[in-house]
Design a protein around this ligand. Structure first.
Ligand SMILES: Cc1cc2nc3c(=O)[nH]c(=O)nc-3n(C[C@H](O)[C@H](O)[C@H](O)COP(=O)(O)OP(=O)(O)OC[C@H]3O[C@@H](n4cnc5c(N)ncnc54)[C@H](O)[C@@H]3O)c2cc1C
Length: 439
């Protein structure tokens, strides 16, 4: 097929872009930074992205989670090493995750797609589903006895952007932990932009075209239209061409909380009290399960901060001897509050003296994120809340379909949801293929 990508922005990449946000020579990931789902993606596996310039860097450990006693609990690539660090809860961590880590090469096809279909591994998925459908707090408190494993799991589950008391927040905790053991949480050498550049280069090599600065505001006249936008934008672009029932379903779509994001140019690595934090590109700052849960369910107390420090593992991100760091926390949808001080205080808590190393900072509140990328409605980075209903009917019972022949939705508002993995587009094309519209 002749393929043309219309990108509203002057730069391709959407949620996978990099830019010198602070000072010359400091390359920051504007949105996504760490990519467990990209290295697991059955879609990306089919593309020769390495030949088009993409190189993954695997930090020694996928994740570190410092605690107030000056130590950190870590998610290691090896299940055994992770369990060893969890003391009495090691065995429980192993029991919870090992069956799925082993099955991951096949199970990922079931996870990274619509949940309302017959799975490839029905028994394994049923076993997974019974645990994953639970609230993260309930699962962590029933499986683990001590604060370290509970905190580690709570931080990972908080990527769901759901209260930890809500279903199915445990699912994101489990999937990201399994992916950490099975495939790692890598960063892209040179920045996340390299993922988009590699995809674009491959597309062009296959004859596709990309038009940047090309905002689409009415449905194009083409045999197949794949819309990488969220329901609100689809409504405004497609409007009256959709059935009343479909429009009503789109209006009902619920967006989730937003994020407040900071990027820093630093004159040194972050001075972590716990040396284990230097082994991971991703560091979760939130202390105990209770503290993380308080922030994620009501935005009370100190924010749960997700931080990455890519330049420790990729010197191309900053001038020699200098460093970059990226951090965000969830905030109420569309919030205009400035969380700079709260986020930096949380870093200071685990890395005293951090502020003294800041050369420059850049902040993104929800409105600025939405202005940067129209898909980030109210600062929601996942294309819509990941509650149970919206996991299954994402965004409607039609999933990728719109009821209009040849028009499909393919953004993170479709299964499997947010993250850089290409699987929403992959399944949208599969659907078009079944409808006889694609080869
Ligand atoms: C701060 C932040 C941190 C994140 N961290 C991670 C992470 O570490 N790892 C991870 O895997 N994911 C992360 N994500 C999520 C990830 O970026 C998204 O889930 C992913 O990019 C969604 O892909 P998408 O194709 O649905 O939409 P996008 O990547 O947002 O792409 C949509 C594109 O469509 C364009 N567009 C919108 N409307 C129009 C229009 N009318 N006409 C033409 N073009 C239009 C936009 O400009 C954009 O380029 C993060 C996101 C943010 C914002």
């Amino acid at each position: 097929m002749d393929v043309t990508v219309h990108e509203a922005s002057a730069q391709i990449g959407g949620g996978a872009r990099s830019a010198e946000l602070t000072l010359p020579g400091f390359v920051h990931d504007v949105c996504s930074a760490v990519h467990p789902m990209a290295v697991c993606s059955p879609c990306f596996e089919r593309y020769p992205l390495e030949a088009h310039g993409l190189e993954w860097i695997h930090p020694e450990a996928p994740l570190a989670h410092p605690l107030d006693d000056g130590t950190a609990v870590t998610l290691e690539r090896s299940l055994d090493a992770t369990c060893a660090g969890l003391g009495a809860d090691g065995e429980a961590w192993q029991r919870l995750l090992e069956p799925f880590v082993e099955a991951w090469p096949r199970m990922k096809h079931d996870i990274l797609g619509p949940q309302l279909r017959f799975p490839r591994l029905p028994l394994r998925m049923a076993r997974f589903g019974l645990k994953a459908v639970r609230p993260a707090r309930a699962l962590a408190e029933s499986v683990f006895r001590g604060p370290r494993a509970r905190a580690l799991f709570a931080g990972i589950a908080a990527h769901s952007v759901l209260p930890l008391e809500a279903r199915p927040s445990a699912s994101v905790g489990m999937v990201l932990a399994i992916a950490g053991h099975a495939a790692g949480w890598p960063i892209a050498r040179g920045g996340s932009q390299r993922i988009s550049d590699a995809l674009a280069s491959y597309l062009r090599a296959r004859g596709g075209q990309i038009r940047t600065g090309s905002r689409v505001d009415t449905l194009p006249d083409a045999p197949l239209v794949l819309c990488d936008i969220t329901p609100r934008q689809l409504l405004s672009i497609g409007g009256s061409r959709f059935s009343r029932a479909f429009r009503r379903d789109l209006v009902r779509w619920r967006y989730g909380p937003g994020v407040f994001k900071l990027d820093w140019a630093l004159d040194a690595p972050i001075p972590w009290r716990a040396h284990e934090c230097r082994r991971a590109a991703t560091v979760h700052l939130g202390g105990t399960l209770d503290e993380i849960a308080a922030w994620e369910s009501g935005f009370t107390g100190a924010p749960f901060v997700l931080l990455t420090q890519p330049s420790l593992f990729d010197p191309s991100r900053a001038p020699q001897g200098k460093h970059t760091a990226w951090a965000y926390c969830h905030v109420p949808h569309g919030s205009a509050a400035d969380l700079t001080d709260a986020i930096e205080s949380q870093v200071e808590r685990f890395a005293p003296g951090f502020r003294a190393h800041i050369l420059a900072r850049h902040a993104f509140a929800p409105a600025a994120l939405e202005a940067y990328n129209a898909n980030l409605i109210g600062g929601d980075i996942g294309g819509g809340a990941l509650d149970l209903r919206q996991v299954l009917l994402r965004p409607t019972w039609r999933l990728y379909g719109t009821g209009l022949a040849g028009v499909y939705l393919c953004s993170s508002s479709t299964p499997p949801g947010g993250g850089v993995h290409g699987m929403c587009g992959y399944h949208a094309v599969e659907r078009a293929r079944k409808d006889g519209l694609a080869e």
